[in-house]
Write a protein that binds this ligand. Structure first.
Ligand SMILES: [Zn+2]
Length: 99
């Protein structure tokens, strides 16, 4: 059943409604187990409703936790990224020098 609150909310939020579906104004976050306003969710167009699975606070918390748990991996990733980009940078320099 559709309640009037949802319809009113739709009028306020409904900017993109390509498929003619009702836009939600709130979404249940399974991580903090609360109903959270959808502006507290990141966009994720892979999801059916175009919103991330969890709210921003939970997503940030999860990222932080993951980074703490995987500090080595994060450091390694950063190191590799820099190395890769430095190589790219140097390659571009070389290209410029030879022109
Ligand atoms: Zn949450």
């Amino acid at each position: 059943m559709l309640d009037l609150g949802e319809v009113a909310g739709y009028a306020l939020v409904g900017t993109t409604n390509m498929k003619g579906r009702m836009m939600k104004t709130e979404k249940y976050c399974p991580s903090c187990k609360e109903i959270v306003p959808i502006d507290q969710f990141y966009r994720n167009w892979n999801m059916a409703d175009g919103l991330a699975w969890t709210c921003k606070a939970c997503a940030l918390r999860a990222t932080k936790k993951w980074k703490l748990k995987n500090a080595d991996k994060v450091r390694e990733y950063g190191r590799r990224w820099r190395a890769k980009n430095r190589a790219k940078h140097l390659a571009e320099h070389k290209k410029l020098e030879t022109v």
